[in-house]
Write a protein that binds this ligand. Structure first.
Ligand code: FES
Ligand SMILES: [Fe+2]
Length: 346
């Protein structure tokens, strides 16, 4: 298996889980139904009725239960069947799996592993998605490729020059600026400072930069599958590299990735910005530009996935830019192996 199960994954954006409605999602190959209880709290259950296997997502949400659409069995948030129409007693064992679920950072998070190990503190840190002073625009892309291909892509800055030549690629000289890669606990950081360049057009939305700027792209992968990019620029020589960003603008480019199956992925993305918070036009331009840019990656990754399905075990060569992707795969692979060993031992 290529999944770490004892971890939090984004099931959906919180705004996509509507009161009174069911939402069916496959997460790490598990069919799941999500809904909200009468307090508005999210619930995640196995999407299968224990009576005759109809997906519960085809049923309906009552006050605090989900009712199967076939014979009306009702299940509570803990997965226990609480009502069987036409009979007084619920048969023993009438229950479905319930998953730990938490709403945080404008997302609904699910824990597909052992419920007793679910720890809210292990949710990846994304405070700018719901903090005052920040506003986000984003969406969800369904991608027909292994989630790890997308993480490879996000940890590699050189692809911008080639895949994104029609959107975000800037001065070709940027591709020559050295990138630093470092391990930080179980995270990987890939960082590039570009000093004395021209601001890319996207930053003109924030304000006009007339002179040269210092730009930063500070990437962090957090296990298992969240990649954030702290990006922005400031007037050149005003101290941004040493921490003074007062003469510039900042954005967080968030990539919150959930494996659907071994070869398909839920790709949640969002830009969070700390400028022009109420400007609808800026939000619209970023939403459109983000989707266009990230679809350029998805088209390539889906073709790469198709190729992987046909090449068998033909060898590949590695180059310098593969450093960060190889490190993340090693860390994740070790954690998955440790988890599988503990399951086998237990
Ligand atoms: S299949 Fe769900 S109640 Fe019969
Ligand atoms: Fe990209």
């Amino acid at each position: 298996m290529t999944f770490l199960r004892n971890a939090w994954y984004a099931a959906c954006w919180a705004t996509d889980l509507l009161p009174g409605e069911t939402l069916a999602k496959t997460i790490l190959c598990d069919p799941v139904v999500l809904w909200r209880d009468s307090a508005g709290d999210p619930v995640a259950l196995e999407d299968r009725c224990c009576h005759r296997h109809l997906p519960l997502s085809l049923g309906r949400v009552t006050e605090d239960t989900i009712q199967c659409g076939y014979h009306g069995l009702e299940f509570g948030a803990d997965g226990d069947c609480v009502k069987v129409p036409g009979q007084g007693k619920v048969p023993p064992g009438a229950q479905v799996r319930s998953y730990p679920v938490i709403e945080k950072y404008s997302m609904v998070w699910i824990w597909p592993g052992e419920a007793s190990r679910a720890d809210e503190g292990a949710i990846p840190e994304l405070p700018w998605l719901d903090s005052p002073g920040w506003v986000s625009t984003g969406g969800h892309i369904h991608m027909k490729a292994d989630y790890r291909l997308l993480i490879d892509n996000l940890l590699d800055l050189t692809h911008v020059t080639y895949i994104h030549k029609n959107t975000i690629a800037g001065d070709p000289q940027e591709a020559l600026v050295p990138v630093s890669t470092a391990r930080d606990g179980d995270a990987i950081r890939v960082e590039r400072w570009m000093l004395g360049f021209t601001a890319p057009p996207m930053y003109d939305l924030a304000r006009k930069f007339d002179g040269k700027v210092d730009r930063w792209q500070l990437i962090k992968w957090q296990a298992p599958s969240t990649v954030t990019l702290d990006i922005g620029c400031a007037d050149a020589d005003t101290g941004a590299p040493s921490g003074d960003r007062s003469q510039g603008i900042s954005m967080w480019s968030n990539h919150i990735i959930t494996p659907e199956t071994e070869t398909t992925t839920h790709y949640h993305w969002a830009f969070a910005r700390n400028y022009k918070l109420d400007d609808v036009e800026v939000s619209e331009v970023l939403a459109k530009g983000g989707l266009q840019t990230f679809m350029e990656d998805v088209v390539v990754l889906e073709r790469q996935q198709e190729a992987l399905g046909t090449v068998g075990d033909r060898p590949v060569v590695d180059i310098n830019i593969d450093n960060a992707p190889m490190q993340f795969r090693r860390i994740l692979g070790d954690r998955i192996a440790a988890e599988n060993n503990s399951v086998a031992a237990g």
